[in-house]
Design a binder for this molecule. Structure first.
Ligand code: PLP
Length: 390
């Protein structure tokens, strides 16, 4: 395969060599079942428990028993919401936002059709929530509040410490956070928050696809997701995916020790600032406040130009990006996240998400910045709209 410049790290990430090395023996000679009573099985159990410690440590959980392994972020999100609704059948109200990932949004739409009541919180043009709207939405019958920490399309961060305080002050609702895009990109310390449930997904931070986790605060009543053997203390049955769990633990260690966040942020800033300054009709989606946005993400709209065409031209130049959420790649409706932010249709259609990661280099950013203006110029000439030169 030819060399690519990978600027699509919010879609998925490369498996880190350290992670691959850690999991490799579990794909070959270390194949035992952690539930087996022999020494070989017990060795596997120790490996699973070590990974649980690594996940708990990255999240700042107060006990390893609060971590349950799952297969992906979607499973963690689905389980958190459905598990709470099942364990509190008399509460039939959910609070969430209009900018959640499909794993939460589509599930809540489906629950709404089946008779649950959902309050959908709006965001402003910068993608930020108004906590007064949250206060007003909470009721005694609210079972769960589910919000994301970092938005997958814009990188906008929701203030989960403050949100958690409001949820606790105003209700008895359980507080779920979809942390899938935040883990590995910003520090997380759940012990300082009121978060009851927190979803993460390994492939977003250099573990392979097929493993995730759900943090379940101690003593929280949550109906089990899979019923079967007693694995994961009866909460999620099925023989543990030991190689993947070991990989997730190694990825957590790697994330915890990563000291290159400022470098990634500088590369992102260089890319974003140069595009906004030099390409007419380029506009940023999401807040400009650096403290309220992931350091690796830049969602930029090129007004009156088709995002799909920009993506295809960048692709030809060997540069991988995304038009909003990867899950939207097949559909032509504009992104629900950008719609919720009131981004005009002509700009939403031309949105490109650049998402950087630990392996990107300055020369890759320079190359991208060298390719992009000509691509945008060429497409602007084909555009039926008259594009303003600023
Ligand atoms: N939540 C968010 C915010 C995401 O960005 C994603 C994936 O893009 C998911 C959930 C789903 O995670 P997974 O792909 O592991 O199912």
């Amino acid at each position: 395969m030819r060399e690519i410049i990978y600027l699509d790290n919010n879609a998925t990430t490369r498996v880190a060599p350290e992670v691959r090395d850690a999991m490799q023996p579990y794909l070959t000679e270390l194949y035992g079942n952690p539930s087996s009573a022999h020494t070989f099985g017990r060795e596997m159990r120790r490996s699973v428990e070590r990974a649980r410690e690594q996940v708990a440590s990255l999240l700042g959980a107060s006990d390893t028993s609060e971590i349950v392994f799952t297969s992906c972020g979607t499973e963690s999100d689905n389980w958190a919401i459905c598990g709470i609704l099942e364990s509190q059948p008399d509460k039939r109200h959910i609070v969430t936002t209009r900018v959640e990932h499909e794993a939460v949004r589509n599930l809540c739409e489906r629950l709404e059709k089946s008779g649950y009541e959902v309050s959908w919180l709006d965001v402003n043009e910068e993608g930020l929530l108004n906590l007064e709207d949250l206060r007003a939405a909470l009721r005694p019958e609210t079972a769960i509040v589910s919000v994301m920490l970092a938005n997958n399309e814009t990188g906008v961060l929701f203030p989960i410490e403050e949100i958690g305080r409001v949820v606790r002050e105003q209700s008895n609702a359980v507080f779920h956070v979809d942390g899938v895009q935040a883990v590995g990109k910003i520090p997380i310390n759940l012990s300082r928050t009121q978060v009851d449930l927190f979803s993460l997904s390994g492939h977003k931070f250099h573990a392979p696809k097929g493993v995730g986790a759900l943090y379940v605060r101690d003593h929280l009543k949550l109906a089990p997701f899979l019923i079967g053997g007693g694995q994961e203390r009866g909460r999620r049955a099925g023989t543990e995916a030991v190689p993947y769990i070991v990989a997730l633990g190694a990825a957590c260690d790697l994330a915890k020790n990563f000291d290159g966040h400022a470098r990634v942020r500088n590369l992102r800033d260089k890319l974003e600032d140069t595009i906004l300054a030099s390409i007419p009709n380029a506009r940023l989606n999401g807040t400009r406040d650096g403290e309220r946005r992931l350091p690796n993400t830049a969602s930029i709209s090129f007004e009156h130009i088709e995002g799909e065409s920009i993506l295809a031209h960048l692709d030809e130049a060997g540069i991988c990006v995304s038009t909003g959420s990867a899950c939207n790649a097949e559909s032509h409706v504009s992104s629900a996240v950008l719609r919720a932010m009131n981004v005009p249709y002509t700009a939403a259609q031309g949105s490109i998400r650049f998402s950087l990661g630990r392996y990107n280099t300055e020369s890759e950013i320079d190359y991208t910045l060298a390719q992009l203006p000509a691509i945008i110029n060429q497409l602007a000439e084909l555009s039926p709209y008259e594009i303003k030169q600023e």
